[in-house]
Design a protein around this ligand. Structure first.
Ligand SMILES: Nc1ncnc2c1ncn2[C@@H]1O[C@H](C[S@+](CC[C@H]([NH3+])C(=O)[O-])CC(=O)[O-])[C@@H](O)[C@H]1O
Ligand SMILES: O=C(O)C(=O)Cc1ccccc1
Length: 246
């Protein structure tokens, strides 16, 4: 998707002090490789977005891609739907991501009504929408802010509108949590990451990315106004949910 994408080697050399993970220029340069080699099921989840939109999106409706990074979710819609099917705003807090997402989407989705904006999903203005995608982003918010975000997304959706939420998840059961985490690290090893890369990145993500259990997500969706929601994908400690606005 991205001609100038590099292999992720950010945590490959010993670091005196592992700084907290941030979505800066360095991460942007290797992001497609990093996310593909780090998130089990990423390609399958992203690939379904256009398929889901083709079935559920009202023609001409507005769409949000919140925490868009380089716009992979938006790109997936463009691959399944014609340019007149929707308008879309893609929003991300990282200026480096936004700058790069603009180039990627201009190159790969010419003719589509897509705006890419620097913004915070906790506060950005939202117009009525038929589809809101929040993929692997809620996990980076302070847990205390998550209810308010899901509530405002529910309010922004039109009746019949759809929220797609993909997240890293944790497990209440200790043995299951440990097994899924071990297998996730095995997955990363199998994708070429070293022990050092895995452990330094884990440290960098500590207190930055805080996953919820699937139960906590579904309880929040109910609390925040969604009456019908399901998990439609799970692979190790990653999952995708769908919630429908009545
Ligand atoms: N408050 C916030 N407001 C807006 N953006 C934020 C905020 N906090 C973090 N971000 C942004 O959320 C994105 C998370 S990555 C999303 C992948 C993408 N969805 C994909 O499907 O390729 C997931 C990952 O790296 O694991 C980053 O670009 C942050 O800058
Ligand atoms: O790498 C990890 O351990 C993850 O859980 C996923 C991820 C992917 C890309 C940036 C940050 C976290």
């Amino acid at each position: 998707m991205n001609d100038a994408s590099y292999r992720d080697a950010l945590f490959s050399t010993p670091l005196d002090r592992v700084a907290s993970f941030s979505f800066d220029e360095q991460v942007v340069r290797c992001f497609p490789d990093m996310i593909r080699r780090s998130v089990p099921g990423y390609g399958q989840i992203i690939g379904m977005l256009g398929v889901i939109a083709a079935r559920h999106l009202r023609h001409g409706a507005h769409v949000y891609d919140l925490g868009c990074s380089l716009g992979a979710s938006t790109l997936a819609l463009c691959q399944q739907l014609p340019a007149d099917a929707f308008t879309l705003d893609a929003i991300d807090l990282s200026p480096a991501m936004v700058q790069r997402a603009r180039d990627v989407l201009a190159e790969h989705c010419p003719g589509y009504a897509i705006g890419v904006h620097e913004g915070d999903i906790r506060t950005c203005p939202l117009q009525p929408a038929g589809l809101i995608m929040v993929n692997f982003t809620l996990q980076f918010l302070d847990p205390a802010d998550r209810d308010a975000v899901i509530e405002r997304l529910c309010r922004a959706l039109e009746p019949g509108g759809v929220l797609i939420l993909a997240e890293k998840i944790t497990f209440a059961d200790d043995a299951q949590r440990t097994l899924m985490s071990d297998w996730h690290h095995d997955f990363k090893r199998a994708n070429g990451y070293s022990e050092l890369e895995i452990s330094q990145k884990r440290n960098a993500l500590e207190n930055v990315m805080i996953p919820d259990t699937l139960d906590a997500h579904h309880e929040r969706l109910t609390r925040c106004g969604f009456t019908r929601h399901y998990t439609w994908f799970q692979h190790l400690n990653f999952a995708a949910m769908v919630a429908f606005r009545n």
